[in-house]
Design a protein around this ligand. Structure first.
Ligand code: ATP
Length: 231
């Protein structure tokens, strides 16, 4: 479904990605792990067209999206849950969710389904986003991503700074997406949590993929895990 082939990306003259390749299949959950500065966020930004890949090719559902503008890429069914949430702070939760709605070729979601996933969300609807806690903001960010009818959700550090209960809600959401045939790519510092819900994992270092394999392998092989991700 998503095929990232040998991409190179730069910030000014500084190269951040050196021929990064990865795939995410339909309904597959893939973890992208690695130390700070490895290039995980840059990979996500390149898929979204926010940091342009200068070389290589990115395709989604058979379309070559390498040079597409971001709005067209998201319109094709790629949603983003950014690490800094990026909700509109002065708008209410209801308004943030309303403007996220989009039609793609993929399953559309109803607000009621968001309330079933995040029980607190319904009561937050009239609140302005700037008054929300980090966990509440994450509920909005994830709901917004789903209301945009994705075929693939890119999660950047979804559990960062969240209470364990919300982390569980996030992981449950990833499982729910999978059961609906929707794919996820998860960048996460909390590698064990990400591996628990993932089918496959990639490990990046210095802008390169240094490992690819079943998530189970990294969960079961503590020595390999320690050598690759230091935990
Ligand atoms: P983290 O978990 O810390 O976000 P990461 O694996 O997501 O790490 P990236 O944020 O993709 O890594 O960073 C990859 C490289 O690109 C790093 O060397 C980083 O310093 C550099 N970089 C990232 N963003 C910028 C930017 N806006 N300007 C210049 N260099 C950047």
């Amino acid at each position: 479904m998503l095929d990232v082939r040998n991409i190179e990306a730069f910030y000014g003259e500084t190269q951040a990605l050196f021929g990064t390749s990865l795939t995410v299949g339909e309904g597959e959950v893939v973890a992208l792990l690695g130390p700070n500065g490895a290039g995980k966020t840059t990979t996500i930004r390149s898929i979204l067209g926010l940091t342009r890949a200068r070389a290589g090719r990115i395709s989604f559902g058979g379309s070559d999206i390498t040079a597409w503008p971001t709005h067209r890429i998201s319109g094709l069914g790629i949603s983003w849950v950014p690490d800094d949430r990026r909700v509109f702070p002065t708008l209410t939760v209801a308004r943030n969710l309303q403007i996220a709605r989009r039609k793609t070729g993929f399953r559309s979601w109803e607000l009621g389904e968001m309330f079933a996933i995040f029980s607190a969300l319904e009561y937050l609807m009239p609140r302005e986003c700037e008054n929300l806690s980090g966990g509440e903001m994450q509920m909005v960010a994830i709901s917004r991503a789903l209301l945009a009818s994705p075929g693939l959700v890119l999660f950047d550090e979804p559990s960062q700074g969240l209470a364990p209960k919300i982390v569980q809600d996030v992981l449950r959401t990833v499982r729910l997406l999978k059961s609906e045939g929707i794919s996820s790519l998860i960048v996460e510092q909390n590698a064990l949590a990400a591996l628990e819900v993932s089918d496959r994992a990639y490990v990046m270092d210095h802008g390169r993929i240094v490992h690819e394999g079943p998530a189970r392998q990294l969960l079961d092989d503590a020595q390999l895990r320690q050598s690759l991700i230091g935990m």
